[in-house]
Design a protein around this ligand. Structure first.
Ligand SMILES: *Cc1c(COP(=O)(O)O)cnc(C)c1O
Length: 531
């Protein structure tokens, strides 16, 4: 066993050891096998010691619960252990590189968390009168300001709670603008490489989705776009386009695309989920964009999930600003006010309605603003540059072994490979991803975008150090060489070392079992029951 200079072993041990004990507990060393809480909790157990309640007067007019709901109780240490053990089965950005393309899994700075926990932000309630929370309104307004500055846009709707929700908001504003102009165009154009949420959003609003082909280089085919616009002349509500697109490429013709759409009477919705690649470098407002959502959990480092809904504010051009949904903040001489109803609107404000019960996700606003302020404009630009640099570092480290569908050229914040390098190896994209799990990596985004066969989309983000990227590249190279040498077993049965092996993902998706059913109670014969 090799030792480091401090006399400590440098690896886990002799890797030629093949004996793997079958343990009595099912645990694997300190990785615990964790049952469902329903399997070991008990309805009789309670983590707190409460006084017996006085039987209350029922006030529900006969709607009170008739039977036990059967929730399992645990003592506090048991509850603690259950959730801590389960959390150890989670792979997170806090445990390692998370190269999931299109998702921008970047580090969530702890400073953000500290700010979000300040009682003045954390302990306020959405039903508190707005006059008691001027600081919170100021924070929302300040964040809105910097979102508009960084995108070069006129207005921002803050309330949407995710990227997809923001898309819906932006497209509803577009629909409202058409309606206000007595127009009702029926078609939304969506390029082939779009994120699935784009056509879904358009379809949800009753639009007919018409797809635009990509050129061989992965970007929108302008000639096809022109043809389609001419074919549906006068009936085009807008286009939904992602830039940088889901192949990690910048749509260089974006200004022309914007002009074509505007000339056709449509609006330009830009999916801004990939904004992390261009912050401080390009402003969507200068590119002719009319509406764009910003995923605060991607670009501005707020956590993905965990702790409630996310936040997907939508920046709007001057043509759409008037249609922003309620509630919104208005600046007056006496300060900021929250406009919550149609009655409170003034001339020119024509909100299309309301997307959320309250003003949006306060905790995410605080985190995003904390991230912006701690970075400053130079730091935000640097983060984008580093995100792009890191993706290209991986591209260059792997492009001789893995295949780039659009040839060797620089990418933006993510690098897209296809599976042609696996041809004739007997290893599929899925096998390859599973083998990465054994190596301690969350796989990259697989089989997306659909325009590429066996897509593998890698987005390291700016959070990774050079050492971390080097180890990732070396691991990937080792896997590729192993596949090319015909070591299929390493892939076909992977993951070998995860708490669960390969799951039947199709059944899990098609026939999800979402409810735990208690095992049949043991039969008690009538005579026993009577005793
Ligand atoms: C993540 C993403 C979305 C959806 O954002 P959510 O916050 O997950 O709803 C939309 N488009 C693209 C390109 C994305 O990467």
């Amino acid at each position: 066993m090799s030792m480091n200079t401090q006399g400590r072993p440098t690896s886990a041990g002799d890797t030629t050891e093949t004996f793997r004990p079958k343990t009595f507990t099912g645990n694997r060393a300190l990785d615990m096998e964790e049952p469902l809480i329903f399997e070991f909790g008990s309805v009789e157990t309670c983590g707190v010691d409460l006084d017996e309640a006085d039987t209350p007067e029922f006030e529900l007019g006969g709607h009170e619960r008739q039977a036990e709901i059967g929730l399992p109780g645990l003592a506090e240490p048991e509850a603690m252990r259950h959730y801590v053990r389960m959390s150890r089965n989670n792979y997170a950005i806090d445990s390692g590189l998370y190269p999931l393309g299109s998702c921008t899994m970047k580090h969530n700075p702890r400073l953000n968390e500290k700010m979000a926990r300040l009682p003045g932000f954390a302990d306020i309630h959405p039903l508190q009168p707005a006059s008691t929370v001027p600081g919170a309104l100021e924070l929302i307004d300040e964040l809105a300001h910097w979102l508009m500055v960084s995108t070069g846009m006129e207005a921002v709707a803050m309330s949407p709670k995710a990227g997809a929700h923001g898309e819906l908001c932006g497209m509803m504003a577009i629909k409202a603008a058409h309606t206000a102009a007595n127009r009702s165009p029926e078609i939304v154009l969506v390029p082939e490489s779009a994120h699935g949420t784009n056509p879904a959003t358009a379809a949800l609003l009753g639009y007919k989705v018409v797809s635009i082909d990509a050129k061989d280089d992965g970007t929108v085919d302008l000639d096809k776009l022109k043809e389609t616009i001419a074919k549906h002349d006068g009936n085009i509500a807008g286009i939904m386009l992602t830039n940088p697109n889901t192949c990690g490429l910048f749509e260089r013709d974006i200004r022309t695309i914007a002009d074509l759409i505007h000339a056709a009477g449509g609006f330009f919705y830009c999916d801004g989920a990939n904004f992390n690649a261009i912050v401080g470098k390009a402003r969507p407002g200068d590119l002719g964009v009319d509406a764009m959502h910003i995923n605060l959990h991607k670009t501005f480092s707020t956590p993905h999930g965990g702790g409630g809904p996310g936040s997907g504010p939508v920046v709007l051009s001057d043509k759409l600003a008037a249609f922003a949904p309620l509630p919104f903040i208005r600046k007056t001489d006496s300060g900021l006010e929250l406009v919550e109803t149609n009655e409170a609107t003034t001339d020119g404000e024509q909100p299309f309605g309301r997307m959320t019960a309250f003003q949006g996700q306060m905790g995410m606003y605080v985190r995003a603003l904390s991230y912006m302020m701690s970075h400053g404009s130079d730091g935000l630009r640097q983060a984008s540059e580093d995100a792009v640099l890191n993706a290209n570092y991986i591209r260059v480290g792997l492009q001789d072994l893995m295949s780039l569908p659009y040839g060797v050229r620089p990418c933006m914040h993510e690098v897209l490979f296809d599976d042609s390098f696996l041809k004739d190896t007997g290893v599929t994209t899925l096998d390859f991803a599973k083998a990465m799990i054994d190596e301690g990596y969350h796989p990259m985004t697989m089989y997306f975008p659909l325009v590429v066969h066996g897509a593998m989309l890698i987005e390291p983000t700016e959070s990774e150090s050079r050492a971390s990227l080097d180890l990732f590249i070396a691991t990937m190279r080792d896997l590729v060489m192993s596949a090319k040498r015909g070591e299929t077993e390493r892939f076909s049965g992977a993951p070998y070392l995860a708490p669960r092996r390969r799951l039947d993902e199709t059944s899990a998706a098609r026939k999800p079992v979402l409810k735990w059913t208690a095992p049949e109670p043991v039969e008690i014969s009538p005579s026993e029951a009577a005793e």
